[in-house]
Design a protein around this ligand. Structure first.
Ligand SMILES: Nc1ncnc2c1ncn2[C@@H]1O[C@H](COP(=O)(O)OP(=O)(O)OP(=O)(O)O)[C@@H](O)[C@H]1O
Length: 263
C-alpha cells in the first residue's frame, strides 16, 4: 500500500460544475492514493467522471472540494514540472508534421535544442516500435500506430507518471489487443506509474495492478481491487481462472454502481 511517497494523493475530492440550468455534481468524495510503479485503471459507466478526474490530475479542471497532490505537488506545480505525460483517446497529431516532428514539437516549444529533441524522439519512437517511420506523416499510419506516436510523445519527457484516457477506445479489437501487449511491455520496461481510463473490463483486468470501479454520476469509488494476477502477463493471462474471477468482481462493482444512477 502506498505511503507518504504517493505519486497521487486524493482526499475527499469532489467537483460540481456550475452550469446555466443546474449544478452538475461530476465527482463526489473521492479518496485514493497511488504509489510509484502502479498501473491503476479507472472503469465506470459513461459520464461517471473518469475524464474529469484525469483532467483534475492534469490541472485542466479545479476540484470544488477536497485536495489532490501529484508527486507531492499541487497539480499546477506538477504540470509546470512536466511530471506527467497525457495520452488522449484520439492521437492528436499534427497532420503537417512528420512523425519525428510530432514528437519533437513539445520539446521545441520548451526550447530544447533540435538535436537533443530528436535524440529523445528517436529513443521513444524506438520504444514503441516505430523506428523507420520517422519521416512518415500521421495519415500514412494506422490508428494503432498513430496512438503509439502519442505514447512516444507523452513518454519523451521521461515523466514519472503517464495519464492515459481511453487511449485504445477507438481501435478495433485486434489492434487493441496488440496495443495492450505493447503497453504491458513498455510498462515492464519503464516502470512508469500509469493511470488508465477504460470502458473495457478485459483491458482493465489484463493491464492493471489495481482497478478502481466507479459508480454512475455523481462519480464515486465503488470498489478498489488489487489484482492477484502475476506481474508477467500476456494476452493469454485473460483466460486464467484468476482473471475471470477478477473480471467478475469488476462486473459486480459496476452493477452495484448503477444503483446510484438517478439517485
Ligand atoms: N465543463 C463541464 N460543464 C458541465 N458539466 C460537465 C463538464 N465537463 C464534464 N461535465 C459532466 O460531468 C460528468 C462527467 O463527465 P466525464 O467526461 O468526466 O465522464 P466520463 O466518465 O469520462 O465519461 P465517458 O466514459 O463517456 O468518457 C458528465 O455528466 C459530464 O456531462
Amino acid at each position: 500500500m502506498p505511503g507518504d511517497d504517493s505519486i497521487i494523493d486524493i482526499r475527499n475530492l469532489g467537483l460540481t460544475f456550475q452550469t446555466a440550468d443546474a449544478p452538475v455534481c461530476a465527482l463526489s468524495d473521492i479518496n485514493l492514493q497511488i504509489g510509484a510503479g502502479e498501473f491503476v485503471s479507472f472503469i465506470g459507466p459513461s459520464g461517471c467522471g473518469k475524464t474529469t478526474l484525469m483532467r483534475i490530475i492534469a490541472d485542466l479542471e479545479q476540484p470544488t472540494a477536497g485536495s489532490i497532490k501529484v508527486n507531492g505537488l499541487s497539480p499546477r506545480e506538477a504540470r509546470l514540472q512536466r511530471s506527467y505525460g497525457y495520452v488522449f483517446q484520439a492521437p492528436a497529431l499534427y497532420a503537417w508534421r512528420n512523425i519525428l516532428r510530432n514528437v519533437t514539437l513539445p520539446h521545441e516549444i520548451m526550447g530544447t535544442g533540435r538535436s537533443e529533441a530528436e535524440r529523445k524522439a528517436r529513443k521513444y519512437l524506438d520504444l514503441v516500435g516505430l523506428t523507420g517511420f520517422e519521416k512518415k506523416y500521421p495519415w500514412q499510419l494506422s490508428g494503432g500506430m498513430q496512438q503509439r506516436v502519442s505514447i512516444a510523445r507523452a513518454l519523451s519527457f521521461d515523466p514519472q507518471l503517464l495519464l492515459m484516457d481511453e487511449p485504445f477506445g477507438a481501435l478495433d479489437e485486434i489492434t487493441r489487443d496488440r496495443m495492450n501487449e505493447e503497453l504491458l511491455r513498455i510498462w515492464a520496461q519503464t516502470r512508469k506509474t500509469v493511470i488508465f481510463v477504460t470502458h473495457s473490463i478485459d483491458e482493465a483486468v489484463l493491464l492493471s495492478t489495481r482497478i478502481v470501479v466507479m459508480s454512475a454520476r455523481p462519480g464515486r469509488i465503488i470498489d478498489v481491487i488489487d489484482s492477484p494476477l502475476p506481474a508477467d502477463r500476456s494476452l493469454d493471462t485473460r483466460e486464467t481462472a484468476a482473471a475471470h474471477e477478477l473480471a467478475h468482481r469488476v462486473r459486480q462493482g459496476l452493477r452495484a454502481g448503477h444503483s446510484y444512477d438517478g439517485h
